[in-house]
Design a protein around this ligand. Sequence first.
Ligand code: ADP
Ligand code: MG
Length: 549
Amino acid sequence: MRPFDPRLLRAVPAARRDAAALALTGGATAVTIVAVAYALARTLAAAAEGRLDGVALAGFVVALVLRAGCTALSGLAAARMAATVKAQLRADLLGAVGERGPGWLAGQRAGELATLTGRGLDALDGYFTGYLPQLVLGATVPAAAVLTLALSDLTSAIIVLVTLPLIPVFGILIGWQTQAATEKQWRRLRHLGGHFLDMVSGLPTLRAFGRAQAQVSAVRAMADQHRVATMKTLRIAFLSALVLELIGTISVALVAVPVGLRLLSGSLTLSTALLVLLLTPEAYAPLRAAGSKFHASMEGLTALDEAFTLLAPSEVSVSVGQAVVAAPSAIVLSGVGVAYERGPALVDVDLTINAGDRIALVGPSGGGKSTLVGLLLGFVRPTAGTVTVDGIDLSELDIEHWRRRLAWVPQRAHLFAATLAENIALGTPGLDRAAIEAAARSAYLGDVIDALPLGLDTPLGERGVGLSSGERQRLALARAYARTDADLILLDEPTARLDGGSEQAVIEATARLVEGRTAIFVAHRPAMLDLATRVIEVVDGRVREKVLS
Ligand code: ADP
Ligand code: MG
C-alpha cells in the first residue's frame, strides 16, 4: 500500500491547498528544529564556560515558539484536509449511487456501502492527522538535519545518512505483512456491516421462519472473525513499533558513542558535540513516528482505495452530457442491447415512442420489461445500439434535466421514514399543501388519509412501514401525480401484488394519470391494457408489437 495515493488530489482538488500548506509547514518545522538545536547547543556550551550567551538563549526561545506554531498550523491543515476529503468522497459515493441507479446498488449491498461511507472513511482521520504530517516531516527534517550535520561534523552526518534508510526499509518490509492482514480486517468489517443491515431489516421474516437465532450466531461468528483479524494487525503493529524503536535507538547510539570519545580526546568542540547529540534523535523521530502511525491509518487507506475503485468507472461512463430537450416528440431505440454480467436482458431492440403514445409492455417475468423502463430512466446503459430523444443520444443529455421530465412509479416504490405529505412531494419539493392533497386524492388515497388522525402528517416508519402494499402503490402514484409538469410517465407493474379493490383504485388512478400524456407502463392485468394505444410484448429480451384489434 502506497503511503500516499496520487488519486487523492485528482479526486478531491479542494485538498490541494491543504496538501500545499502541509508541505510548507513541514519545511518550516524542519528549519525551526535545526534552529532550536543550534541555539540550545550554543547556550549550553557557553554555560559550561560560565558565560551567559544572551543572543543564543533568545534565539532558542524564539525558535521553540516558532516550532510550536508550525506544529499547530500543520495540525490544522491536516485536520482540514481530512474533513475536505471525507466530505467530498461521501458526496461522490452518494452521487454515484444516484447516477448508476438501483441495479448498481443491488450489486454493492447497501450495508457494505454504508460501512464504507461511514466508519470506513472516518478511519481516514488517523491517516491525515497522524501519519501524513509525520511523513512530510520524515522528508524535510532528516534532510535539514543531515545538511546541518554535514556542515559541522561530517563523520556524524555520514553515519546518520547510512542508518536513516533502515527505518523506512524495515517499515516497508513490515508494511507488506500488514497490508494483507488489514485488507482482511476491513473486508470482515464491511461484510459484518452489510450482513447486519440485511439481518435487522429482515428480522420479522427471520423470526417467522425460526431463523433469527441462527442469524444471531452468524453475526457473532462474523464479529469474531473481525476480532481475530484485528488482533493480528495489532500484533504486527506492536512488533513494527518495537523494531523501528530499536533501529532508531541503535542508530543514535552509533552517532553518540564516537562523538563522546572524540570530545574526550579533544578533537571536537563542546558546542559541535552538543549540536550533533541534539539533532541526531530529531532526524530519526519523524520516520519512527510515521512508521508507528502507519498501522493506525491502514484501515482508512484500505477504505480510500475501495472508494476510488467504486468511483473509478464512473469517471468514464457517467454521462457528462449538457444537452437539454423540450417536451420530447420522439424517443427512438435502435439496435439496443443490454447485457448484465449474468447475460443479455435485451437484444437488438428497435422501438419508436411518439408523443402521446400510451404503450403497454407485456410479457413473462424476466423478459426484460423493467430493463427497458430502466433504459429510459438512465439507470441502465445500453451495451449496444442507441437511445435517442429527438435525435440526441440519451448519454449526451443532462440526465438531471431529463429526469425532471419523467414521473416514475417503480415496481416496488421506496417510501422514506417521513410523513405521507413529504413522501408525496418527494419529486416536487416546495409543493403546496393543496396540491399534495389533490395528488393524494387523485391517487385514491383520500379514504386512507381521512381515516388517519394526523392525515397527511402521519409519519411512516422506515421504508414506509405502516401502509399496506395497495396503499404504498397508490402513494407512489400520488408522487407521480404531484409531478404535474412531467410529460413522460413510466409505470412498472403498478398493480402487481394488489387485491381486487386496491387494483381497481390503482387502475382508475393510473388511467387519469396517463390521460393526454406519453406513457409507458408494464401491465399485468387486462384492465390496464385498455389504457394503452399500443401493446408491446417483451419476451427473452426481444420486443414485438402486438396488433390491436
Ligand atoms: P421483467 O421486468 O420483464 O421481469 P427484467 O428487466 O427485470 O425483467 O429482467 C430481465 C433479465 O435481466 C432477467 O433475467 C433478470 O434476472 C436480469 N436482470 C435484471 N436486473 C438485473 C441486474 N441489476 N443485474 C443482473 N441481472 C439483472
Ligand atoms: Mg420487472
